[in-house]
Design a protein around this ligand. Structure first.
Ligand code: MG
Ligand code: MG
Length: 628
């Protein structure tokens, strides 16, 4: 179906908005009157400018406080409407949104409103224009699409229809299936928005907290299903009022918006492919079977430190790249690749961020299909020259300009290690590390929704409830992305201030992708013993932390002593227990975490974060490094 977005949804001046909307791939825009008024240009030029960007004007909005007024206000409302009609004709659009009145003198009465709309429809018809009536959730007399439909039905004019807005229906908990009673040709336009479920005043919620479909908690798929089942086949248009988006990068927000509309239609099509031929057909969300590898970009000098940490963690070199300065380290199912090439993409990543995770390799069933889906959802393709005899791995850009490589067990990609690496040694006995538990990606707070949508729309993954990580210098928001079967688990940490550890990391590394890598052990105390023998530099926690643990969970003193002796952090939820060991930071602030989950513990140790961060700061001070 055609995609559209209201200009009010993104930041910038009118020109910037148009450029961002066109670049994101939308078919059209709703012109929000205020954007137009603020722009220095006549309506004819504005209309031309929109069309020059390859966009159509799908709607002109809003026309407020129209219906149900007593004279002489009523006559004035019609005069205002005629003025808007003049403007619409010059702009080159035929549909105006009339939202239900909040005027204190509006009289109410379905028939009175219907009479007003019929007369407005008659006037619009003379100019070849159409009128769409929308129920605002806080409208004075009409605040429900069912009443708005009754007004439109009684107005009984071919140029008068209804405009539906998912927020106004779902935000008031009105069953979207009631839309199925409306004839499709009387639905003139559909606006879509999601929102997080936060109990608050409807108007305030709507004006500040709307977000892209899939980013919030409303059943926007259910809403769209009803709209499409009713026979609507016009544009799907985003009308998003969100303070963060209005202060954000217009190109990024527009791109997220387009992605959300494609993903929304994809979800509906997967439920029922027969519902509409206009729904886009893309490959299914890719299930990540495992993180196949993590690749670090470094320099020969800096890699020494990283390689020492890897050795202490129980990793061993098992392969060397056939042509590049790249080594493969292995333990359990974990592959870590260290790249110290003096040129190319990895070197550029090192130059930009310091020693950094430049690539994440994800194993999926069909890498080509996964990439095709990612591109259909607006991901950026990544390609590199592949030397003769080596394998071109399908890849896309991820967080902080890093690269996500997609590998599968197909005849070509399945031989990646054998083709590109010369075996050096068999994996050693290691330290009991079995797999990657999760990867922590750190980013500016205003990119979090964006990357959450990126991961959940491309991959078969869901989002856990957001938690606050309390850093002594500010709050960091943490959003876990959990893939089906836990093959891919990420914690996205959004830093609002540069003073927090996460914020400093973003600033110091110029937005590196991965801040820590959490490795799973099946016996944390056995692993701790090996690490101690290897001289692993771990993070040491205060005696106060362990005193508090004992009191908080009522743990046995002998168990507390065992935790403290090994510097293991502990947490518990209703399902099970969680154990964590942290490495010292290296490079620009990257670190490893080793975890053991017992029972079904579902979290990531957020309760321990303040103490872990305090310990990291102490360690940095002791090492004479700047406070981080
Ligand atoms: Mg609306
Ligand atoms: Mg972690």
């Amino acid at each position: 179906m055609k995609t559209s977005i209201a200009t009010v949804s993104i930041s910038g001046d009118f020109r910037e908005k148009l450029a961002a909307i066109a670049a994101a791939g939308f078919d059209g825009i709703e012109i929000f009157e205020q954007d137009f008024i603020a722009f220095d240009g006549n309506p004819r030029d504005v209309g031309q400018m929109v069309r020059d960007h390859g966009l159509e004007i799908t709607l002109f909005q809003p026309f407020r406080d129209f219906e149900g007024l007593p004279e002489p206000l009523r006559a004035r409302a019609f005069a205002r409407a005629e003025h808007k009609f003049d403007l619409m004709q010059e702009l080159g659009t035929d549909l105006v949104l009339v939202c239900s009145s909040v005027h204190p003198q509006a009289l109410g009465g379905i028939d009175r409103a219907a009479d007003d709309l019929r007369e407005l429809g008659e006037r619009a018809a003379k100019r070849g224009l159409r009128v769409g009536f929308e129920a605002l959730a806080w409208g004075r007399h009409i605040n429900d699409h069912r009443d708005a439909w009754e007004v439109v039905r009684r107005a009984d004019h071919p140029n008068v229809g209804i405009i539906l807005d998912s927020f106004h229906t779902l935000g008031r908990d009105i069953d979207p299936d009631t839309i199925r009673r409306i004839p499709g040709d009387k639905i003139f336009f559909v606006q879509l928005a999601d929102a997080p479920l936060i109990p608050m005043d409807l108007l305030y919620w709507s004006r500040h907290f709307r977000n892209m479909p899939g980013e919030g908690d409303l059943d926007v798929v259910g809403f769209l299903r009803a709209v499409v089942a009713a026979g609507y086949d016009g544009p799907l248009s985003l009308e998003i009022f969100n303070d963060q988006f209005r202060g954000g990068n217009p190109r990024l927000v527009a791109k997220d918006g387009h992605r959300s509309l494609i993903y929304l239609q994809d979800r509906l099509r997967r439920e029922d492919p027969t519902l509409s031929p206009a729904l886009p057909d893309l490959p299914p969300r890719a299930k990540v079977e495992a993180v196949e590898f993590i690749e670090f970009a470094s320099s020969p000098a800096e890699a020494t430190r990283l390689e020492r940490v890897l050795t202490q963690l129980g990793f061993g070199v098992t392969g060397r790249h056939v042509t590049k300065e790249v080594t493969r380290w292995q333990q359990g199912d974990v592959n870590i690749v260290v790249n110290t090439e003096p040129e190319g993409y990895a070197h550029a990543a090192y130059a930009a961020h310091g020693t950094t995770v430049s690539d994440i390799g994800l194993r999926v069933a069909d890498a080509t299909a996964a990439k095709a889906r990612a591109l259909a959802l607006g991901a950026e393709s990544f390609a590199q020259a592949t030397p003769e005899g080596q394998i071109a791995v399908p890849a896309i850009r991820g967080v902080g300009g890093s690269v996500i490589r997609l590998v599968d067990q197909g005849p070509v990609l399945g031989r990646l290690w054998e083709v590109e690496f010369t075996p050096v040694a068999a994996p050693g006995s290691g330290a009991g590390i079995t797999r990657i538990d999760h990867l922590a990606q750190t980013m500016a707070y205003d990119e979090m929704l964006s990357w959450t949508l990126f991961y959940t729309s491309i991959f078969a993954a869901g989002k856990a409830p957001m938690v606050d990580v309390i850093d002594p210098d500010g709050v960091v928001r943490s959003q876990a992305i959990e893939g089906a079967g836990r093959g891919l688990v990420l914690t996205l940490n959004g830093a609002e201030t540069h003073r927090t550890l996460a914020g400093r990391f973003v600033a110091d590394t110029f937005g590196a992708a991965v801040q820590h890598i959490a490795l799973a052990s099946s016996d944390i105390f056995a692993t701790a013993k090996v690490l101690a023998n290897n001289g692993f530099e771990l993070l040491v926690h205060s005696a106060n932390y362990y005193d508090d643990l004992e009191a908080r969970f009522g743990l046995e003193p002998a168990f507390i002593a065992q935790l403290q002796a090994a510097n293991v952090m502990y947490d518990r939820d209703d399902l099970g227990e969680f154990f964590q060991i942290y490495s010292r930071s290296f490079g620009e602030g990257i670190f490893f975490e080793i975890v053991e989950r017992r029972g079904g513990y579902a979290g990531y140790g957020a309760a321990n974060a303040p103490f872990r961060i305090a310990a990291q700061r102490r360690a940095a001070r002791a090492a004479g490094m700047p406070k981080r």
